[in-house]
Design a protein around this ligand. Sequence first.
Ligand SMILES: CC(=O)SCCNC(=O)CCNC(=O)[C@H](O)C(C)(C)COP(=O)(O)OP(=O)(O)OC[C@H]1O[C@@H](n2cnc3c(N)ncnc32)[C@H](O)[C@@H]1OP(=O)(O)O
Ligand SMILES: CC(=O)C(=O)O
Length: 543
Amino acid sequence: MTRTTPAGTPLGDEFHVYDTTLRDGAQREGISYSVTDKLAVARLLDSLGVGFVEGGWPGALPKDTEFFHRAAEGELELRHAALVAFGSTRRAGAKVDEDPQVRALLDSRAPVVTLVAKSDRRHIERALRTDVAENCAMVADTVRHLVGEGRRVFLDAEHFFDGYAFDPDTSLRVLESAVEAGADVVVLCDTNGGQLPLQLAETVGEVVARTGFRLGIHCQDDTGCAVANSVAAVQAGATHVQCTANGYGERAGNADLFAVLGNLGVKLEMPVLPEGKLRELTRTSHALAEIANLAPDTHQAYVGQSTFAHKAGLHASAIKVDPELYNHIDPAVVGNGMRVLVTEMAGRASLELKGAELGLDLSSAPDAVTGAVRRVKELEARGWSFEAADASLELLLRREMVTAAGAEPVEAPFELESYRVVLDHRSDGEVIAEATVKVRVAGERVIATAEGNGPVNALDAALRKALVPHLPWLESVELADYKVRILTDAPGTDAVTRVLVESRDGEEEWTTVGVHANIVEASWLALCDALVYKASRKPTTSR
Ligand SMILES: CC(=O)SCCNC(=O)CCNC(=O)[C@H](O)C(C)(C)COP(=O)(O)OP(=O)(O)OC[C@H]1O[C@@H](n2cnc3c(N)ncnc32)[C@H](O)[C@@H]1OP(=O)(O)O
Ligand SMILES: CC(=O)C(=O)O
């Protein structure tokens, strides 16, 4: 059976997933790929299984010229994708075989070339300062020249939608010039990103009907509709879709590759990637964000870390019955995972699901669940936040289980008698903090003093000094991150400080929270929870 797009066009090899992260994605403010970065991006996209990787504009950017050179010299072995060089048509009034930019496209040795050409009469006349006939000759000459040199050619028809609305005959003439000269696909570009899905799909359908050409779609995201526009274009007959990883691109960005693949691959069940590769979407998206040196968008469609995280109690209660009730897909299909967040918005089901996630069986402890829901709501009203502090939440749940269900108590590995912190502002401007802790550990009273570059650092150091001789496992535990937030609107109080402490050892990372009017005490509470949490996971003998 022939597979088809939603518009009935035969699929299989005939549908192109075309990535332009390395060219249009690199046009985003804040991105600057090195050549090594570009090679790594191309490898990741290839391993995901996209059909085409546009590597850049050889001849215009020295880095891109070098990228194509290194790729051709064996540094890039692509298994799925064809490498594409991007560039413009010959200059107006020039000869194609004398145009250095066109020469650079051939020199890149890329098997596919995408040419950008004006397809809006206003741009032809005002930006290029030429006429429609010469613009069409520039397109035809360049396509014919490159095809004659054995390249497969696609044409990006810049400003197509705006141009078609203004003067459709000119825009169609540009497409015809390319196809008659041998271009394989003509790509309708929403260059200014101003289109909306219904109007764009109508235009794509009309152009398919009028020309019968193989059409591609390239959407910028200035209306926030790039993904919707791309999907609508495919539904209207486009069989080549251009996207960028995580929507990186000029101005507001481009159509996000991962959302487009999710929509086409999962929702429309089009075989846009090789078998099994949709499960790589999340991992690939995050890896590409790393290379771009940008934090992944935690709320990005399909692949964001929070995209299947459920906070509302009502959602959790339905999810407990069946996760499908509140997830639009099984997150595993795109390599993502579901999480339940416990906050003031939690109900019993949220706590039960979170407990299961943390390995605690609360099914036979209804009173502990009730107690935990009440406690979380009370504490969050006073400024605590458990959403990002799973270790403190686990301790809270286990303490409720002790009270309500007689479970084994959560033992602290030490008992605090007192702590004291002083700050010493020295005459040379240096500020040193000194902390002294008095604790009982393993049946002994221990007093330890340590210095640090701040009160929390000094307190942490003094506590370790006191405890490590008795609790050797503590040596591998370190403070990985420390976040402070001053809350000015906690009801019934003056400002309070919330401290999140992220700890790690060779086995895991965990986060705890402390809240108090005093920042040092808030930090102490979070630090203590961090150690109690870790101690509760160690065999009794090493506590
Ligand atoms: C919609 C898009 O995103 S397309 C991709 C755009 N990407 C980039 O521009 C990044 C790379 N660009 C560059 O490095 C430079 O702009 C270059 C090397 C391409 C050109 O640099 P310069 O020769 O200094 O020209 P400049 O950038 O000022 O202007 C572009 C020239 O190309 C011409 N031009 C623009 N589009 C086209 C086209 N499709 N076909 C032929 N010529 C074109 C312009 O008319 C202008 O010509 P002019 O110098 O005679 O006025
Ligand atoms: C070609 C391209 O990037 C655009 O028209 O937006």
